[in-house]
Design a protein around this ligand. Structure first.
Ligand code: ADP
Ligand code: MG
Length: 648
């Protein structure tokens, strides 16, 4: 299939849209919204200190000492020198916030710069920077902060510097770790290949990617830093009298803690409110910025796909089918939107049969395959209708435990990218052995022996020593063989292979197909083979079902369909496969894009892209009808012999 026939990647969300998602996720988190609200209120009052009708925070009046809260003229009372507590509290809050936030910014800037430089340049520079950072970390931080203030002299600015310095290692270590991973990513290599220098790469590739990490780290530490500065002021090393900050107010109130507790409780409550607000807000920011939480709900997927059928269809069990799908409907319910990914798919697979499921990317093949074993993630996935039967048993009525026992045992999956499905930290032999031991309690040694035998069976040379390799030590073709070996581990009846050869080159693809074909003959395996390539179908499959926009548009014996496609879509899919030595022929890409799963047309879904479409095609749903036995086509004007000679 040609590039142009695939749907383009969805347009990048605009900055405004992304900000919208962020705010939406953020608002969903009530605690974070509460924290944000509390903090905003405190900030507003603190910033408004100069314009509020407050008394002079320094004005002493010894006749008015230790007035209780709600006294006349002093809402929050007065302190040991008769100064107005409300005024001191608001000015003190302003100062504490200013110092805490500045210290955080300073530490984040210095620490992140060190981390990025160390992580990106590596080698000796990394060593020098990180060992210095380690040295700073080796001291208990509060002692180090005290030592720094002692050396620089007491004062708020020095306290700020001390708190910033002791927090630099936290940022440096965090950011270095992230940078090291990023520096080895392909997009950084690509930037290098395009001729960018180190500084440009850091500025354009690394920094945008670590910014969320920095923001998260800052939001989770700023509360801590405010506490630390308050701590230093409490000890008399930060703000100097008579200038109030929350820490020094607490320190002054300490002497009268028993006799006049309000002088220390009031600044204490303010510190508490600020830190709670900052931390709740920080958690919320982290959750909303985490891309894994952004796409779905903030919940864990259920053990099996949710079933929400309007009615349970009464369908006669077909004794000769191993797996049968009846009018399967799968939706993704995302807030107010419903994406209809699978719209009434019916399929049967007999024991030992290979059925090809073919269609463009996004046509619903994977969702169909995953729903068989309840593996479509819920939320947002929902099986909204139809029935699924395996060996006559109703799969949708099964408990998650029963379903789990079938997964990997009777029904096994092979996925497109074996590197993503194999565990990177375990040897391949151990992984295959584990797949066996999940379902059959055999001793480890026996499972390992079986794993080696399986590796031999999938034609991996030196199986015994290869079993000790890690996934990254194998080539793509070998890894896919391991994937197949794992699928075979428990002698399944059915293998569902979801584009297992798409990531491989043509020669390796041919080897893998040959292997699957041999295994099928040796073991009588049934295979549901998903692909977008008719060339592959021709090699391996007995029957084929063509899928478009969540529906089967044509089905029948593979050879018959290849020889005489009846649906215009099938014909065009076949026309996309190049033939070696087949003479000159135009490789016709299918114009246009498949419809989105959220705006399916009313009639035939292919009509907007079809050159034969007429008004009747757009009027209503087209049924799957069979002209010849075993064949079905969902088209009002199926292809004729003349149409076929046109493109051939
Ligand atoms: P393919 O035929 O390429 O395997 P899929 O079955 O993966 O296609 O996807 C079918 C449709 O379902 C697509 O429109 C896709 O966007 C949608 N879809 C798949 N998974 C999800 C999901 N987790 N959330 C929302 N939509 C999804
Ligand atoms: Mg897919």
């Amino acid at each position: 299939m040609t590039e142009t026939a695939l749907p383009a990647s969805p347009p990048k969300p605009s900055a405004a849209a992304r900000a919208g998602t962020f705010l939406r996720l953020f608002a969903r988190n009530r605690m974070a919204a509460f924290g944000g609200g509390l903090l905003a209120l405190i900030l507003l009052v603190a910033l408004a200190a100069p314009i509020l009708p407050l008394q002079d925070p320094f004005a002493q009046d010894t006749t008015q000492r230790f007035l209780r809260p709600f006294s006349e003229g002093h809402w929050l009372g007065t302190d040991h020198l008769g100064r107005d507590l409300l005024s001191r509290l608001i000015w003190g809050t302003q100062l504490s916030l200013l110092v805490g936030v500045s210290a955080t910014l300073l530490a984040a800037l210095a620490g992140s710069t060190l981390g990025v430089v160390a992580g990106f340049l590596g080698g000796r520079i990394d060593n020098v920077i990180m060992r210095s950072v380690d040295t700073v970390m080796a001291f208990p931080y509060i002692l180090l902060a005290l030592a720094i203030v002692a050396a620089l002299g007491p004062g708020l600015v020095n306290a700020l510097i001390a708190v910033a310095v002791v927090n630099i290692p936290f940022f440096a270590r965090n950011i270095r770790g992230v940078t090291v991973t990023l520096a080895n990513k392909e997009f950084v290599d690509a930037a290098r290949l395009s001729g960018m220098g180190d500084t440009r790469i850091i500025a354009s590739e690394i920094v945008p990617n670590i910014l969320p990490v920095i923001v998260i780290a800052m939001s989770t530490t700023v509360g801590w830093m405010i506490l630390e500065t308050a701590g230093l002021s409490f000890l008399g090393l930060g703000s100097q009298p008579p200038v109030p900050d929350l820490g020094s107010m607490l320190g002054e109130g300490r002497n009268a803690l028993i006799s006049h507790p309000h002088t220390s409780i009031i600044p204490g409550l303010m510190i508490f409110a600020i830190v709670i607000g900052v931390n709740l807000l920080g958690d919320g920011i982290r959750d909303a910025l985490d891309p894994r939480l952004r796409s779905g709900a903030l919940t864990r997927p259920l053990p099996a796909t949710l079933v929400d059928r309007a009615e349970t269809p009464a369908i006669a069990a077909k004794p000769d089918a191993l797996l049968s799908l009846e009018d399967l409907r799968v939706e993704f319910r995302l807030g107010r939107r419903t994406l209809k990914a699978v719209n009434g798919v019916s399929l049967d697979i007999a024991p030992g049969e290979c059925l090809g499921l073919i269609g463009e990317s996004g046509s619903g093949k994977s969702v169909t395959a995953l729903s068989v074993m309840g593996l479509v993630a819920s939320p947002p996935g929902v099986i909204a209708g139809g029935a699924l039967r395996f060996q006559g048993r109703d799969l949708l009525a099964m408990k998650p435990g029963e379903l789990r026992r079938l997964r990997g045992d009777k029904v096994a999956y092979i996925f497109q990218d074996p590197l993503a499905t194999l565990h990177p930290l375990y040897r391949i032999g151990e992984q295959i052995a584990e797949a066996i031991r999940v379902h059959h309690p055999v001793p480890q040694a026996e499972a390992m022996a079986r794993a080696v035998a399986l590796l031999k069976q999938v034609r991996i040379p030196n199986a015994k020593s290869r079993a000790g390799n890690y996934p990254h030590e194998l080539s793509g073709g070998m890894r896919q063989r391991v994937g197949i070996a794992m699928a075979l581990a428990n002698e399944p009846e059915l293998i569902i292979a979801d584009e297992p050869t798409t990531a491989l080159d043509v020669t390796v693809q041919a080897q893998i197909l040959k292997l699957l074909e041999d295994l099928r003959r040796e073991r009588g395996l049934a295979i549901l083979f998903i692909t977008h390539d008719f060339g592959v179908v021709a090699q391996l499959c007995d029957r084929v079902a063509v899928m478009y926009a969540g529906e089967i548009v044509e089905s029948g014996p593979a050879q018959a369909i290849l020889d005489a496609p009846a649906h215009p879509y099938t014909r065009r899919l076949i026309a996309c496969v190049p033939e070696l030595g087949g003479g000159r022929r135009t490789l016709a890409a299918i114009p246009g894009l498949p419809p989105g799963a959220d705006d399916l047309p009313q009639g035939c879904a292919f009509a907007p892209r079809c050159d034969k479409a007429q008004a009747a095609c757009r009027a209503g749903r087209v049924a799957l009808t069979g002209q010849e036995p075993g064949r079905g086509v969902r088209c009002l004007f199926p292809e004729t012999a003349e149409d076929r000679t046109e493109t051939a």
